[in-house]
Design a protein around this ligand. Structure first.
Ligand code: ADP
Length: 219
């Protein structure tokens, strides 16, 4: 994987969690926060952590922020600081700017000023949790469009030993199993003779209705 340099502004719960994970993935992370305590907490975890006010252009310039591949604006409830910081990162030429929004309106402003990706952590996590509550086998999902989804489902006991030919999801429900993750490794584009085992993870692509139908009927 290409090593990237990230600058994270705001080291609260969201920013510090993004930063820690990026470090785990082997990237370089500069953390900036105006709160000294938060910076101290992260100084041994991130590549660099500095106390600074990110709404001051000169400060961002002197930290060389424009050379970073990606800037993450993780400022919590101070919408003004979040917007000012995002504009400065864009103006300084950071290639990709990602910002956390607290509300739809905040998100719309961030989009208007050219933020490349707006994230709504609480809203998105709430939606994910709701999906998982009604579908206990659902591990994760990606909405490809309004209608199409890729879902990761744990294989339940009742499907253990069943081949894809027997399950026949495409003919019965219209959705396709595009991968099976087994302890021995991932089978990409599995064939009719591949057999499911309990606790494998199957990756299914289809419309929301097809996947729902599949889950309700076979799981
Ligand atoms: P979370 O919900 O992720 O925990 P918080 O609101 O607790 O979010 O954290 C946001 C962080 O952003 C705080 O640590 C705060 O000090 C920092 N912050 C806010 N404004 C600025 C700014 N202008 N420059 C640098 N850091 C800032």
């Amino acid at each position: 994987m290409k090593l990237n340099q990230f600058v994270i502004i705001g080291l609260g719960r969201f920013g510090s969690s993004v930063g820690k994970e990026l470090m785990q993935l082997g990237h370089e992370v500069l953390g900036i926060d105006s709160n000294e305590e938060r910076v101290d907490d992260m100084s041994n975890i991130l590549t660099h952590a500095v106390v600074a006010d990110a709404t001051e252009e000169d400060v961002l310039r002197s930290l060389g922020v424009r050379n970073f591949d990606c800037g993450v604006v993780a400022i919590g409830d101070d919408i003004q600081n979040s917007i000012l910081t995002a504009i400065l990162l864009k103006d300084l030429g950071v290639k990709q700017v990602v910002a956390k929004a607290l509300s739809e309106l905040h998100g719309r402003v961030l989009e208007k000023i050219g933020v490349d990706r707006v994230i709504y952590p609480e809203r998105d996590m709430g939606i994910r949790v709701a999906h998982q509550l009604v579908s206990p086998n659902l591990l994760d999902y990606i909405e490809l469009s309004k209608d199409y989804t890729i879902a990761e489902l744990t294989v339940p006991k009742c499907l253990s030993g069943v081949s894809l030919q027997e399950l026949n999801p495409r003919a019965r429900f219209g959705c396709s199993i595009v991968a099976i993750n087994k302890p021995q490794g991932v089978i990409i584009a599995p064939t009719a003779t591949d057999v499911l085992s309990e606790r494998d993870v199957m990756v299914i692509i289809g419309t929301n209705d097809q996947i729902e139908d599949f889950e309700e009927t076979v799981i």
